[in-house]
Design a binder for this molecule. Sequence first.
Ligand SMILES: *Cc1c(COP(=O)(O)O)cnc(C)c1O
Length: 417
Amino acid sequence: MNKPYEFPDATGHFGPYGGTFVSETLVHALEELKSVYAHYQNDPEFLAEFESELKHFVGRPSPVYHAKRWSDLVGGAQIYFKREDLNHTGAHKVNNCIGQAMLAKRMGKLRVIAETGAGQHGVATATVAARYGMKCVVYMGQEDVARQAQNVFRMKLLGAEVIPVSSGSKTLKDALNEAMRDWVTNVEDTFYIIGTVAGPHPYPMLVRDFQSVIGRECIQQMPLMVGKQPDYVLACVGGGSNAMGIFHPYLNVDGVQLVGVEAAGEGIETGKHAASLSAGTPGVLHGNRTYLLQSDDGQIIETHSVSAGLDYPGVGPEHAWLKDSGRAQYVGVTDAEALEAFHQCCRIEGIIPALESSHALAHAAKLAKTLPKDKVILVNLSGRGDKDMHTVARQSGAEFYCHPDCKTGAEMACNKK
Ligand SMILES: *Cc1c(COP(=O)(O)O)cnc(C)c1O
């Protein structure tokens, strides 16, 4: 890009995307958030506290790691991981939750709410609320409450109230609507912590800014470790926050190709996927204009991915803009491809990656094969896979927990009934 990258504009637009599509009652709250953020975003004391929290509570900086054995096996370019899986709570989401909770504290709002699908954002929010002594309410679709019992238990241990949402499809988008409703009602004392680079302005911008610590660290780490910046930067894209976090500092660095990896589920052609950028069309959802998976008459289509964290029918508006402008490229990876990369990473590198991150890994392997050995691919390993044990076991026809009457005893992935 020739001119400096300055998005969003003052009205929260990334080209034709983004903006503020909300009810009248929230306009004031968003204006307030905008002006509070404008004040603190360059405030040395705020930034110093953020950095200190990331260092002492999250354990940053997260390392960059050379996946040498896997690179050798795949053949071709060298693959490096940015280890967001090593963060406290096991993923990148906590970076953003700390930033927003620090804003909430300064606004005197001691009640925070969040919506969650798989439960990862709920756990990160509950963690940070406990750390700051805030009341925390998490909205979660009833289906997801049942599917993600362990994360629900974690949130409760951390002191959060989890409210099951039984409207609509009883999943993430219904939880989002309910969280919005709560916010409208309790806007005086409540801060809504959004978990990805979506929602109305200024959320896509501030979530991106908080997550950009990922890319800023890489810009320092890569020359020290490899002697240059990477040729490619890859990240999985659900809402798009870990991808924006690693992409953003690289937007103005020439010669670095940015690739977002979406969930192609059972294959784009089957319709069972969550690839909003690859297969969607522009529309308005959850307060902003972006690419969506929708029918011809604008109904949101049900999505599918083996990884719950990528299972969202929209995507952050900045990605829509990066796609249209050509600065980033977006590709799809299927459930099966992601699972294969997951197992390879476990066995060859000794790292159990999140299923979300495994999508980026799968594309890294495909890409590496086509490149010479001196090329460098940096993959954002957005989280660890401990949370995915049940899903992975079920994919191989097993149950994670052994039935009490089962005689094989030590078998962990046991399917005896
Ligand atoms: C939630 C989650 C994602 C997807 O969210 P983005 O906003 O697209 O980053 C990816 N990886 C992990 C580990 C997650 O928990």
